[in-house]
Design a protein around this ligand. Structure first.
Ligand SMILES: Nc1ncnc2c1ncn2[C@@H]1O[C@H](COP(=O)(O)OP(=O)(O)OP(=O)(O)O)[C@@H](O)[C@H]1O
Ligand SMILES: N[C@@H](CCO)C(=O)O
Length: 321
């Protein structure tokens, strides 16, 4: 569960005096999520989410994340909107942590997404890419090609505990990706973590995107590859081409991919599978037993990486070329 930092009611009430948020009626910790501590607040006004930013989030990145939500929301994307304090700041401090209040988004995430939902996600991702245009702050992607080797080196010595022989496989994958990584593709603001638990639906209707705390500037098609990995595989590890087609059609109904972006999809998908493999592997090896966080299986992403490695043409993702 993700409530790393507890808050005292009096501290919270004091914190809320800085905002025009109404009076506090109740608050409770939200178990989901792994990065930050989240609380649902009921007040005499609208419900709110209170987020305390934990140690993996750089404080200097918070203006980018919060400003981005404001920017996207102003352009019509359904995403949480940070509530400004009375002094105009978006960020405050509570229980020794940087803290923000953001609007509560209705909906819930889908445990078993279908192709029709993948189409909606593709469309929303493209809408986010278009809406991100003109956002002035910049944030490099620390978890892209230049960051992977360093991340791998932190786990390499113990990687054999997860699967024997991993060292050679990952080293040659890193060499391949360093040589083959595309340049010159369209870039902009990407979400970078648009997994099912970060997309809310009301019935079959997508109601909004959350969790912009990995957002950064990078290749737009890399974000598409993250979504293919996160949405279009079945629990048994098989790629579902119907979901892939729906996702890519949804995306291209808003922002058509260029030939160069399509050609790069297999390499980008290998990269994004490796990225989630590496962060999961690190967490797997370093999170103490008994910690109140559900550890995510790194091998799920190793299997996806192996799938992308044997792709012969991007048509295999479900694109009609
Ligand atoms: N604006 C919001 N409206 C409604 N619920 C929200 C909102 N923001 C967060 N939540 C709730 O809090 C949970 C965790 O949020 P979030 O995914 O941002 O946390 P996180 O710790 O950054 O997680 P992770 O990076 O693991 O996805 C969500 O699954 C959702 O239940
Ligand atoms: N979405 C990530 C975790 C949080 O960023 C994963 O599934 O590994």
């Amino acid at each position: 569960m993700a409530v790393y930092t507890d808050i005292a009611e009096d501290d919270l009430k004091w914190f809320l005096t800085e905002y025009d948020a109404g009076t506090l009626l109740s608050y409770k910790g939200i178990a989901e999520g792994v990065e930050n501590s989240n609380f649902l607040l009921h007040t005499s006004k609208d419900p709110l989410i209170l987020t305390l930013y934990e140690k993996r989030v750089e404080k200097s990145d918070l203006p980018f994340f919060l400003g981005l939500m404001q920017h996207l929301s102003a352009r019509g994307l359904s995403c949480p909107l940070p509530l400004p304090r009375r002094d105009g700041a978006l960020l405050g401090s509570l229980s020794g942590r940087p803290a923000a209040l953001i609007s509560f988004l209705e909906g819930m995430w889908l445990r078993k997404p279908e192709a029709k939902h993948c189409r909606e996600v593709g469309r929303a991702l493209a809408e986010m890419h278009v809406a991100g245009d003109g956002f002035e702050l910049k944030r490099a992607n620390a978890l892209s090609i230049d960051g992977w080797r360093g991340l791998w080196e932190k786990s390499e010595a113990r990687a054999g505990e997860v699967e024997p022989g991993l060292q050679n496989e990952i080293r040659s994958e890193l060499d391949f990706l360093s040589a083959a990584w595309p340049s010159g593709l369209p870039a902009g603001v990407i979400h970078a973590d648009l997994f099912p638990d970060n997309v809310f639906f009301l019935g079959d209707q997508l109601s909004g995107l959350i969790d912009f705390y990995f957002a950064c500037n990078d290749l737009l098609a890399y974000d598409v590859s993250i979504c293919l990995n996160a949405w279009c595989f079945e629990k048994d590890g098989a790629y579902n081409i119907t979901k892939g087609t729906a996702m890519l059609e949804g995306y291209q109904s808003v922002r058509p991919l260029s030939d160069a972006e399509i050609a790069a999809l297999p390499v980008l998908s290998r990269g994004s599978a490796l990225r989630f493999f590496l962060t999961r592997l690190y967490d797997w090896l370093t999170t103490p037993e008994g910690a109140m966080v559900t550890k995510k299986d790194p091998l799920e992403y190793l299997r996806k990486l192996r799938f992308h490695r044997q792709i012969k043409t991007p048509a295999e993702y479900g694109l009609s070329l």
